[in-house]
Design a protein around this ligand. Sequence first.
Ligand SMILES: [Zn+2]
Length: 93
Amino acid sequence: MMGLVRILFLVMVVMAVLALVKGIASASRPAPRAGPREGGRGRRATRQGGKLFRDPVCGTYVTAEGSPAAARGRETVYFCSDECLSKFRDSAD
Ligand SMILES: [Zn+2]
């Protein structure tokens, strides 16, 4: 009986120590994932592609990079999705 209590006590001590070590490790490292060059999360989406273009169908602002695009006269228009692109193509012409 006493042996079991001892084992349980030891397990609890080990778990407490592990939790403490984890806490110290995470506190001493200031989040290495977020690089200082990025300037924080959130801004990245608007900054990366540079200029923002307004989706003429739904009004969402999108970056040129990775967005579906279509020509409207001499300018290029960008869309948030292929769905808006097809809507635009349906409404034009
Ligand atoms: Zn859209």
